[in-house]
Write a protein that binds this ligand. Structure first.
Ligand code: HPA
Ligand code: MG
Length: 436
């Protein structure tokens, strides 16, 4: 007897969304445990948390079956923050479960987190910026799964995909937990995998927000009109506060700019009058600076440079006259003006790095000659190092004093013995490289 063996139909999990019809208004709030801080803003629970989890588990299984790619290639699971973070976390952990329980196949994953910023650029065209990926070039030849919370108009997702395609990945799949059934039907993107198709209401919860509120709500809920209005009011207040702060900051900057301008004006006037007083020929300066505007913010530093030069010339001339009257050389009379500074040319500094040969004073050397043959303890080593530092310091001070004495005699300033101690000491000079 012939038997007809009917093949059992392969159970295939839907990749398209479970449709929530317009006629379904959601479950009344009082059947759920909801945070007090949100109760007044919500109308109903559209999709309870448990159902969300079940659908994600099904999606994970379908994605696992479809995308198990040859090991060791990784699927880059790309979370679109912030709204997608909970869906991403649950989806990945459910794919991990599949990996754990299946022995015939597996799907290695790597995780990425991005934020997408849409803005209008200088040429009034939409631009998408991907924030968070350190190296977009690393996407080349990879498989990507974009994990998104909700697709509404689809504009962002189209732009994101286009942007990622520039980096030549092998495949890009998109999974969105929700797709919005817009009443104007203006949705330009259909994801490869979707959890639920929802009516054209504003939904919140499970990381979906309104103005950063409701992310900490478990169930997917529909907002009350009054709740939306209340949130809009809050948003408006926040914007007004920001605007006020921005105004205050702008005023502060304006004040700062005014006072800076005033100081600059004073500088300009001062420089101008100095110029006249020291008798600079204005036309030559204008020629030099290629400007007929006089002192401006742009050229004031060059003016100051010229004043410095001219002042130096005048002082040098004055010093030359004084030197002649006192029968001195100009170098002795005005060492600063001709470049050496009050102490004459700086002495040659010989850097003397300690070496094994001069570990201690020569007079001590003989006494300890025998010791050199013995290995030193840590303490002995420390002691010797300290002695050596002291010795070098003494030497440096001696040399410094020699230098200071020389400087004092050069400038012919009378000072009591012992005032020329270290460099940068009582005589008010800048320290030299031997300033210890
Ligand atoms: N809820 C939260 N975020 C959204 C929605 C929504 O309904 N549509 C687009 N972004
Ligand atoms: Mg999103």
């Amino acid at each position: 007897m012939a038997t007809t063996s009917k093949q059992p139909e392969k159970h295939h999990i839907e990749s398209s969304p479970l449709v929530i019809s317009d006629s379904f208004e959601g479950y009344p709030l009082n059947f759920f445990n909801l945070p007090l801080h949100y109760r007044d803003d919500l109308k109903s629970v559209l999709i309870p948390y448990g159902l969300v989890q079940d659908r994600i588990e099904a999606l994970a299984s379908r994605i696992f079956s479809d995308l198990h790619i040859h090991i060791p290639e990784q699927l880059i699971c790309m979370c679109v923050l912030k709204g997608g973070y909970r869906f991403f976390s649950d989806l990945v952990s459910k794919i991990q479960n599949e990996n754990r329980l299946r022995n015939d196949r597996s799907l290695p994953m790597s995780l990425e987190f991005i934020r997408v910023r849409s803005y209008i650029n200088d040429h009034s065209t939409d631009q998408t910026e991907i924030i968070g990926l350190s190296d977009l070039n690393s996407l080349k030849d990879k498989h990507i799964l974009i994990v998104e919370d909700i697709i509404d108009t689809g504009v962002t997702m189209v732009a994101l995909k286009k942007e990622l395609e520039k980096f030549k990945p092998k495949t890009i799949n998109v999974v969105s937990l929700f797709t919005k059934r817009r009443s104007d039907k203006k949705c330009i993107f259909k994801p490869d995998y979707s959890g639920f198709e929802v009516p054209d209401h504003f939904i919140v919860g499970y990381a979906l927000d309104y103005n950063e509120y409701f992310r900490d709500l478990e169930h997917i809920c529909v907002m009350k009109e009054s709740g939306i209005k209340g949130q809009r009011q809050k948003l408006l207040q926040q914007l007004e506060k920001k605007q006020t702060q921005a105004d205050v900051t702008a005023d502060e900057y304006q004040e700062k700019s005014k006072s800076t301008k005033k100081i600059l004006d004073q500088c300009r006037t001062g420089v101008d009058s100095l110029f006249k007083k020291i008798g600079c020929d204005r036309r030559q300066i204008d020629h030099l600076l290629q400007s007929h505007e006089g002192v401006t913010e742009d050229n004031i530093l060059r003016y100051l440079g010229i004043i410095e030069e001219r002042t130096n010339e005048l002082l040098t001339a004055q010093a030359a006259i004084a030197a002649k009257e006192q029968n001195m050389s100009l170098r002795d009379r005005a060492p600063n003006l001709i470049g050496d500074g009050p102490s004459g040319p700086a002495p040659q500094v010989n850097l003397h790095l300690p070496n094994t040969d001069d570990r201690r004073d020569p007079d001590e050397r003989d006494d300890r000659a025998d010791d050199e043959l013995k290995p030193l303890t840590r303490e002995e080593l420390k002691l010797r190092a300290a002695e050596q530092v002291k010795h070098l310091e003494r030497k440096a001070l001696q040399e410094q004093n020699k230098y200071n004495d020389l400087a004092l005699s050069t400038t012919r300033e009378k000072s009591a013995p012992g005032t020329s101690r270290g460099a940068g000491g009582d005589n008010g000079k800048a320290p030299t490289s031997r300033g210890r």
